[in-house]
Design a protein around this ligand. Sequence first.
Ligand code: B12
Ligand code: SF4
Length: 583
Amino acid sequence: MAETNDLKAVRKQVGKPSKGPLPDGYYYHRNYGPLPEKLKYIEYKDEEVPGYTDEETWKPTKNTRAILISMSNVYNLGVRWIQSVTMHAGYDCHTVFFGRLLANDWTPPSETDWANFGKALDEIKPHVIGLSIACTSYWKLALDIDKFVKEKCPDAVVIWGSIHVDIAPDQCFEHNDVLCLGEGELPFLELLDRIEHDQPFHDIPNLWVRTRDGKEYKNPMRPVIRDLDSIPAPIWDDKNKWYIRWDQLGKNQDPAFKEYYIFVMTNRGCPYHCNYCVNSVFNQGEFRSCGHNRLRQRSVEHVMEEMQRMKGRYWNFDNLQISFFDDIFTLNPEWVLEFAKAYKENFKNPFWCYFHPNNIRADVMDALKDIGLSHIDMGVQTGSERIRLELMKRPETNKSILNACNIMKDRDISMVLDVITDNPFETEQDMVDALDFFLELPGPYSFNFYSLIWFPGVALTQFALDGGYISREQVEDEAAKTLDQFVATFRYEERKPRDKFYIPLFHMASRRIFTKNFIRWLAKKRHLENKPWVLYRLVDLQNFLDILRKMTKIPKKIKEGWTWSRFYARIKLYLLWERPYNK
Ligand code: B12
Ligand code: SF4
């Protein structure tokens, strides 16, 4: 393609049948053409392309330029993976991290931010613009960004991908002509390759394309990448990274390195199908037949290599806590044992990860504890077994949660349990049962309370809509509730008085500062429903005492080798994430 920004010629071709085979010598050839038999996996092989090894010396070898836009998310692993694959293949692919959100703390982009975004687009002059709608809550922002980029770069091909496209493709297709469903690495790469070679792209597997003459192509999906080692790891360096937030424009600077989190993903896929979660969508229909829900585990070496590259990048790396952001970290226990050995040899960072109560093995916990597991985060979502099993379609019983907690308690591993609040299906009896159960669990432990968000596309939302429990305006593309109330906070006025009463009691049940008898006694004082502030102040008192309790552990931590820098990083994390609960 000519070294020009004008893609009209390319666009005109869209819709015409492909003329003959694509040029030879392209590794993606094996992913191209008629779809192979279902679930017969096809892989991209890294060694077949020159590769991206060094940000200082790397130069694009192709003409097509692309931008990926990550909305309010400086981590966006999906986008980092796509950028990594396309830069390995020689494309000048940039990521713009537009805005930033962490737990209930979002401000819309300012006028200066939009102007800075315009400057970035002017400088990059992209042929392809990829918008990652990783969270439905940014739907309205996505539409604004889409309008802005189409005005600024009228000739560029604008493609949308990520979770919201997966769960609401029809809605997205009404607003944009090119969508990518499912994993984006290979379809996006193939799109760039087609544009590079002046080929039409209406028939790329995973893409939905509306051509200029109005024809619609909803192509089937290709099998998922089974061997995750066959694609390069997510990219973490300053090359081609932009950030726009708080009136600042950063060029060739990865904003993640200024943060207090390190995110690593070692696997893809979750075999469960809890009916409020995106994985329930991946567990059915075409997503399922492509293997989207299947566990795919990167090798230990692949993960270690990525982490070694991150080391030295982050300020204060050794003192930062690592978040292994797999849906469930321990799905493959043998892998975890192998990983633990390698981690011990190479890293000293504390870390945490998500666990499922049904996937906890004592020997695995021993190994993880030994290498720095700071806490586990386990989704139980409700203390009511009835709600968990029957409504949320989670498989774990109270007994299996208790068993998992006992394994942690015996090993002195801190536990954080995720619970979803503001569930209109919970009855008074469910709340009573939940409090009993939380008091039964071995304490102290902590809760992350999340307010129930009605994400489109998942069965629970449909059930609530069909039953008239919620209105269409409460569905997240309209409501954007996570921007303010993802982490459940006391200041949420719309919460039912009954939930305002029980949430602080649950909180008290977990920390064990107050006695169980005192909490049970409080639970009988139902008139406090109208004065929940009394309970909130008790939680404040509990938190204060809890901090004092934590401070008594400081000498032990110092003995264990904790530096001031590590304490500082932990305090920052506490302020960033844990405090909003009490805002
Ligand atoms: C890791 C993670 C995070 C991390 C990192 C975010 C990220 N996306 O990487 C952090 C902690 C920052 C985070 C934050 C939040 N998250 Co989150 N997160 C996840 C999690 C567990 C995994 C995402 C992931 O990395 N998957 C692996 C990668 C490879 O897949 P992927 O992101 O889907 O990307 C692939 C494709 O979608 C596609 N693709 C992606 N972008 C693009 C762009 C283009 C152009 C193309 C062509 C393709 C494409 O290609 C990618 C590579 O294959 C998911 C659950 C899940 N299993 O998906 C929830 C999930 C995405 N998060 C969710 C939510 C609600 C949030 C928060 C609102 C929470 C909060 N208030 O803090 C924020 C919102 C952040 C934001 N601004 O988007 C929800 C979103 C639900 C929805 N319908 O919108 C999910 C689905 C969990 C759930 N409840 O079901 N999250
Ligand atoms: S176990 Fe977790 S990640 Fe898996 S489907 Fe359930 S909520 Fe989603």
